[in-house]
Write a protein that binds this ligand. Structure first.
Ligand SMILES: *[C@@H]1O[C@H](CO)[C@@H](O)[C@H](O)[C@H]1NC(C)=O
Ligand SMILES: *[C@@H]1O[C@H](CO)[C@@H](O)[C@H](O)[C@H]1NC(C)=O
Ligand SMILES: CC(=O)N[C@H]1CO[C@H](CO)[C@@H](O)[C@@H]1O
Ligand SMILES: [Fe+2]
Length: 561
């Protein structure tokens, strides 16, 4: 099997950019041994919404104790009139609800009524720039003026990435300064909220973290007079009764980028009980290019650059004091979109993340690539390098000062290294959190038993195996044994797995995994899959009578009554 041949080459895993080349070469081999690759184009086509709940056909059993809704977000419309978006990330936000009760499931979906969506609808063309698509410029304002006030030229409120919580309220989010409040029951669009009206940031990630009491943490850039800063944001668990959205939001720490005009792109960050861990990675936003982008006809995507001359730097910030830890931690350059979990143990931070040695992934996800078939699709797939789960260990207690290099990782269960160099800086190498089963697909969209094990020492994470640009398997990994359990069905593409704990669950993996499983085949059905999280066997599925485009992230909202 081609997969196994590639396997051994991948074990060498890229520690530097030279190794990446080898890695790509080996993948060519892998795909050329496969006979046919099916097109996933139908998973990137515009659909109509299903605003009234529709019943689903159940096979097997959906446990009666599951009470609540799986809410998912992702693009659902890719053109207006004769204008089409260029990039998958640009599609108009379509929100999905799989409501589970008494062993049955209903489905509904609604387009986010964002200003971006409504303006397009009425103009019948694309009027708001999205990530990879630049709308025609408004000649009345110079790009520079707008940039200084709002960073993005025409900042979008097309919040198509995730569902998030601030102050106890639900929002949908992308990465701009705008988030949209939504009603998690009916998926109606509520207030448009601008981060920059509350604190000095010009955006925030779609992956906040939550303390057990509901306090939210996030990160966002600011582009003020002092130059670019990375900021750590904290939002209280509840509003004090006032109607003000984002009430009490504050910036608890501001970090200066390595290079002022080239801050790094980041999509998420790590959080332990007491610290935030921020990866400053070599995927950079070129501010000068952004400033002149309208003149040059470039979108935000075109202003991102991979700069492998920079190492990846780990910033550790105390959540309570807002102070940065004094040790300088870095590693060979890599990129990460999603962190898996992070915790403190024996004076160290253990950081588990999905890592990529090739930062060009964004470009691959242009719609024209995703909609290819046959040989043309094979050519695109050759450029795709999966993300792999890795562990880094950052010891917070400095080692003894020495003129020699000293190994400072005290954890006997991790082969990650943290070498204190003569200048006091710490150089990190990772431990792989996977065995051969993941060699050909890697793992993305990582999830854990979040509310019990986030910031805690834990054993299991879940995710999608990515083999054809999108997830085509579901995976459970045991971080102690590195063994994986895999669910896969030919012709079906599962989305991000969400763990829902069983009532009074004692063990970490006592619960179910929910995943919306999609198909490009018109004669087959989308379904909500329910797996036993322990052994990864199917408990049941609910077939949905409509086709759904491939999306990003979601959450499970328990039913309160
Ligand atoms: C789309 O393009 C066609 C052909 O050029 C043109 O006739 C039509 O008016 C255009 N539609 C819109 C909504 O601009
Ligand atoms: C690893 O360290 C822990 C804590 O220090 C200790 O309890 C355990 O016995 C050690 N295990 C091995 C295999 O050395
Ligand atoms: C492509 C498309 O559906 N365009 C719509 C945009 O909005 C106008 C006005 O609401 C509609 O007439 C178009 O059909
Ligand atoms: Fe994400």
């Amino acid at each position: 099997m081609g997969v196994l041949i590639v396997g051994s080459a991948l074990r060498l895993r890229a520690r530097n950019w030279a190794a990446v080349k080898m890695f790509n070469a080996s993948k060519t081999l892998h795909f050329s041994t496969k006979p046919e690759i099916e097109t996933i184009a139908p998973l990137f086509q515009t659909v109509t919404e299903t605003p009234e709940p529709v019943p689903t056909k159940i096979t097997g059993t959906i446990p009666e104790w599951i009470k609540g809704s799986l809410l998912r977000n992702g693009p659902g419309r890719f053109e207006f009139g004769n204008d089409t978006y260029n990039h998958w990330f640009d599609g108009m936000a379509l929100m999905h609800r799989f409501k589970i009760r008494d062993g049955s499931v209903t489905y509904l979906s609604k387009f986010l009524q964002s200003d971006s969506y409504k303006q397009n609808m009425s103009a019948n063309r694309i009027v708001i720039s999205e990530f990879g698509t630049l709308a025609m410029p408004d000649p009345c304002k110079s790009g520079f003026d707008r940039f200084m006030s709002k960073f993005q030229l025409d900042s979008t409120d097309n919040c198509n990435v995730n569902f998030v919580r601030y102050n106890g309220d639900y929002y949908v989010s992308t990465e701009t300064n705008f988030i949209r409040k939504v009603d998690p029951e009916e998926l109606n669009t509520l207030e448009k909220v601008d981060w920059s009206q509350f604190i000095a940031v010009n955006g925030a990630t779609a992956h906040p973290h939550y303390d057990p009491d509901g306090t939210s943490y996030n990160m966002g850039n600011s582009y003020g007079k002092q130059g670019t800063r990375y900021n750590i944001i904290k939002v209280p668990a509840q509003r004090s009764g006032s109607e003000e959205t984002l009430e009490g939001a504050q910036v608890i720490c501001s970090i200066e980028p390595q290079e002022k005009m080239k801050p790094s792109y980041y999509h998420s960050f790590g959080m332990t009980e007491n610290y935030v861990v921020f990866l400053e990675q070599p995927l950079k936003l070129n501010i000068l290019k952004i400033l002149t982008s309208q003149l040059q006809g470039k979108s935000f995507l075109d202003c991102m650059e991979l700069e492998p001359k920079y190492n990846t730097v780990f910033h550790v910030i105390n959540k309570h004091t807002g102070k940065a830890h004094t040790t300088h931690f870095s590693s060979a350059p890599f990129m990460s979109f999603h962190q898996i979990n992070a915790y403190e143990d024996q004076g160290c931070i253990v950081l588990d993340i999905c890592c990529q040695d090739d930062g060009m992934a964004f470009d691959l996800f242009r719609l024209q690539n995703l909609r290819k078939s046959g040989q043309a699709l094979k050519e695109v797939l050759k450029q795709f390098s999966p993300a792999f789960p890795r562990r880094y260990v950052l010891p917070l207690v400095p080692g003894p000062g020495s003129t020699q290099n000293v190994e400072t990782n005290p954890l006997n269960y991790s082969s990650a290294t943290a070498t204190q160099l003569a200048d006091g800086k710490v150089w990190c190498t990772h431990e792989n959190l996977y065995d051969h089963a993941l060699d050909s697909c890697g793992l993305e969209f990582p999830q854990i038993n979040y509310f019990k094990y986030n910031t805690k020492k834990y054993r299991f994470f879940y995710g999608c195996g990515f083999q054809q640009l999108i997830g085509n398997s579901l995976i459970k990994v045991d971080v102690e044994t590195k063994k994986a359990k895999i669910w896969k069905e030919t012709g079906f593409y599962p989305s991000e797995p969400i763990f829902v704990p069983a009532p009074q669950s004692a063990e970490e993996d006592d619960g179910v995994i929910l995943s919306a499983v999609l198909t490009p085949h018109q004669d087959q059905s989308t379904f909500l899959l329910v797996l036993d999280a322990k052994d990864f066997t199917e408990l049941g599925r609910a077939e949905v009578p409509v086709h759904i485009p491939y999306g990003f992230h979601g959450i499970f909202v328990p039913q309160l009554s």
